[in-house]
Design a protein around this ligand. Structure first.
Ligand code: ARG
Length: 435
């Protein structure tokens, strides 16, 4: 007989209750309660399948499903008490089901283990998260594309080594980020496709002797197919690693854009001004307007990368099949989802409400001798100079402009002809950035 003190779910052979610290280290309810919808959906599919297969009766299934729906209502309305003593979301729900419908609740766990249950819930959750992130990425791309449209002929310096290199358009610059995001989106879509296989029916590790119908639950839960190897089904978490990488890579792309916004927003650059809604002031320096949201997007990379390393480290060397280490899988995934969702939305908000100082961008492109490469190419194409020689002559022309404190297109033809007499006034066609 189970002692009064021991766990009602698995305490048959136990006489004592766990120590307080054991309860604390063992409990995951604070984290995994986020999967309550998936858990209830999975249980409803499982109970329905059990009755269709004659493993439990129709009436029992109806009672179980009604009870689960009632629990869903309780959780939705905030009237459900989550208990750490019941470890996780699975046992919290099952225990409440027993309170509502009595002992028949115990039949729900026939032909199932928490090991296949949690793997099923977690895959469903991650699948939904990937879908949501694809949507948020598309929203940000929409904002970038609208800005690119607006600034398709606004000139700015393109940089290498953060030194003005060649003139480009602001549209080109923003378009580069939209393409990075397109690949990020593709990665989430791939991740989702690979993870969308159903572990349910694997039970603890070795399958189950009951005549279950895995095809039914697989379809009911929106999976593409059941996972054939039951050990793999309960212990694989590469889908979590993959999701975490997708999030980290997206964050990494956003951090590059964030860094540029931060640089561009300095008075020294003056390329962009963030709206008040997306900046903060300094409590001591009244003149300041800080790009905090951009800095936080850049800073969130720390946790996004950390979560990936954390999960990969949990998995390293883990023997088959289920081990409790796996319970540590949800926190990094939830955290990366929350973080990258915020970053994508913040980036969209910042960009949409920012003012781009295209006059300052143009001026900077003109000041930086960014047409020097075009000049060298002109010398090659029109005078037949070898590129290295053209490069040398161009360098001398840039130095001349520097000495005179003028732009390249403000130089005199005769001055340039001192460096190469074959130069004609057609050269002016390539000296201004607008060309
Ligand atoms: N809370 C557990 C987890 O997240 C559920 C699975 C528990 N299984 C077990 N055999 N103790 O991994």
């Amino acid at each position: 007989m189970t002692k009064e003190n021991s766990n009602k779910m698995w305490g048959g052979r136990f006489e004592d209750k766990p120590s307080d610290i054991m309860e604390q280290i063992n409990a995951s309810i604070g984290i995994d309660k986020r999967m309550w919808r998936q858990d209830i959906r999975g249980s409803i599919a499982h109970a329905t399948m059990l009755s269709q297969q004659g493993i439990i009766s129709k009436n029992e299934a109806v009672e179980i499903v009604n009870g689960l729906n009632k629990i869903a209502e309780e959780i939705k309305s905030g009237n459900f008490e989550f208990k750490a003593s019941l470890e996780d979301i699975h046992m919290n729900i099952e225990s409440r089901l027993r309170e509502i419908i009595g002992d028949v609740a115990g039949k729900l766990h026939t032909a199932r283990s928490r090991n296949d249950q949690v793997a099923t819930d977690f895959r469903m959750w991650t699948r939904g998260a990937a879908d949501e992130l694809v949507h948020l990425i598309e929203e940000l791309q929409g904002a970038l594309e609208a800005l690119a449209q607006k600034h398709k002929s606004d000139i700015m310096p393109g940089f290498t080594h953060l030194q003005a290199a060649q003139p480009i358009t602001l549209a080109m610059h923003l378009g580069a980020y939209s393409q990075m995001l397109e690949r990020d989106k593709g990665r989430f879509i791939d991740c989702r496709a690979r993870l969308n296989e159903c572990p349910l029916g694997s039970a603890a590790l070795a399958g189950t002797p009951y005549p279950i119908d895995r095809k039914f639950t697989t379809e009911k839960l929106g999976f593409d197919r059941p996972i054939s190897n039951t050990l793999d089904a309960v212990s694989a978490r590469d889908f979590a690693n993959e999701f975490l990488f997708c999030a980290a890579q997206t964050g990494l792309h956003l951090s590059r854009l964030a860094e540029e916004i931060i640089i561009w927003a300095t008075p020294q650059f003056g390329f962009i001004q963030l709206s008040d809604a997306w900046s903060t002031g300094s409590s001591i320096m009244p003149q300041k307007k800080n790009p905090d949201a951009a800095e936080l997007v850049r800073g969130k990379c720390g946790r996004l990368n950390g979560n990936l390393i954390q999960m990969m480290t949990i998995m390293k060397g883990l023997p088959l099949a289920y081990n409790k280490d796996l319970q540590e899988d949800k926190e990094p995934v939830f955290d990366s989802f929350d973080s990258i969702s915020l970053c994508l939305q913040a980036m969209k908000g910042m960009l949409e409400s920012a003012t781009f100082h295209t006059d300052a961008m143009l001026e900077s492109a003109e000041m930086g001798y960014t047409t020097a490469t075009a000049l060298a190419d002109w010398l090659v194409m029109n005078l037949g100079l070898p590129f290295r020689d053209a490069h040398h002559v161009t360098g001398a022309i840039v130095k001349m402009a520097e000495n005179k404190g003028c732009k390249l297109d403000e130089l005199n033809l005769s001055d340039m002809q001192e460096l190469n007499p074959a130069i004609t006034d057609e050269i002016f066609a390539v000296l201004s950035v607008k060309k």
